[in-house]
Ligand binder design. Structure first.
Ligand code: NAP
Length: 330
């Protein structure tokens, strides 16, 4: 029989065991081009919490009564695809079940000679690729820079921090226990690690990042991101990779919720007009021209007398001005 774990109910807040149900079904038969697989390893990943919820997301939720999704390393039991032979080990996405049929073209063969096959679910799979791509494409670490990584002992964070070390950076991890922190420094080779459950995070980060933070590899968002933002340097880069602090939340956080930023790969970038003097001539030419052609409208809100300046500023911060506020002094 095929043992499956299905979604029994949609959790509110932290999932409980009652949200899952184990069922038994017949082992399916592969049709032409398909392969019958027995699951050897199943990956458990934070994104699965999102799939348990019906909230609109970048991916379809698991249906109530549906098999929980997940990547698997599986063994070919029977093949109706000439590319695969019985006994071969493949990467698939069979979810939380002992057996499944999958189209041969969705599978990738794994070679136990290269690495333990289970690594395809971690460092040589999606978590490792996430760490590599987000750090190098968005973090763009340079030798000597300070890189901070949250969930530092985990599947993604452990790889991101080690690659930052390979790139010559000073790397600070944040993890959830002393045991994890010792592993992060002594085995993974990070320079420092802060236990997020014990430390006053803004203070501890300031102590171990005396030159500020150039790259923050964000696996959590929330309170850790807030603490890091107080220390970022000019031109810092923050790959927003995960929001695990919010995954069990039942309400939006008090501050901005960055979920749509991640799912839409959108960008918020700080701006200071003083950095853009190279565009001064183009600005003057274009704006004056658009005004002359009647394409740009402009409104002034004029107060008469310097004595109106204090109340004018106070009023502007309440939204009482209508247009560009200026004072006619004389
Ligand atoms: P992981 O780090 O192996 O496990 C999750 C870890 O998150 C926990 O061990 C815990 O570590 C930390 N954590 C849990 N709840 C937290 C909270 N409330 N506040 C702060 N930290 C908390 O998992 P992973 O697979 O490597 O994933 C890490 C992050 O990457 C997740 O946010 C995941 O969604 C994201 N991810 C994103 C993509 C993408 O394409 N954007 C792809 C893969 C993964 P500590 O207790 O040690 O802090």
């Amino acid at each position: 029989m095929n043992t499956q774990i299905v979604l029994a109910s949609r959790p509110i807040g932290e999932p409980t065991l009652n949200d899952f149900r184990t069922v038994s079904t017949a082992i399916p038969k592969p049709a032409a081009g398909e392969v019958l697989l027995a699951t050897k390893f199943l990956s458990l990943d934070p994104y699965m919490r999102g799939r348990m919820s019906a909230t609109k997301s970048y991916a379809e939720p698991v249906a109530l009564g549906g098999v929980m999704v997940g990547q698997t390393v599986s063994e070919v039991l029977e093949s109706a695809d000439p590319t695969y032979r019985t006994g071969e080990i493949v990467l698939s996405a069979n979810g939380w079940q002992t057996h499944a049929v999958a189209p041969g073209k969705t599978l990738r063969k794994l070679d136990a000679e290269i690495a333990p096959v289970s690594y395809a679910l971690g460092i040589l799979g999606t978590p490792g690729k996430t760490a590599y791509c987000a750090l190098l494409d968005i973090g763009r670490p340079k030798p000597g820079e300070t890189v901070v990584v949250s969930a530092a002992s985990g599947a993604v964070g452990s790889v991101a921090g080690q690659i930052a070390k390979i790139k010559g950076c000073r790397v600070v991890g944040i993890a959830g226990s002393d045991e994890k922190c010792t592993y992060v420094t002594d085995v993974l080779g990070f320079d420092q690690c802060i236990n997020r459950r014990k430390a006053d995070l803004p203070k501890a980060l300031a102590q171990v990042c005396p030159n500020g933070i150039d790259v923050y590899f964000d696996n959590t968002a929330g309170t850790i991101l807030t603490a890091v933002l107080g220390l970022i340097n000019v031109g810092a880069r923050i790959p927003l990779v995960g929001l695990i602090e919010h995954y069990n939340a039942t309400a939006l956080p008090a501050g901005p919720y960055l979920g749509p930023l991640l799912t839409n790969r959108a960008k918020i970038e700080g701006f200071l007009v003083s950095d853009h003097s190279a565009h001064s001539a183009a600005f003057a030419r274009d704006v004056a021209g658009w005004m002359r052609d009647g394409k740009l409208h402009y409104k002034e809100d004029v107060l008469d007398g310097l004595d109106k300046a204090p109340q004018g500023l106070i009023g502007m911060l309440r939204g009482e001005n209508f247009g560009k506020l200026i004072v006619r002094v004389s």
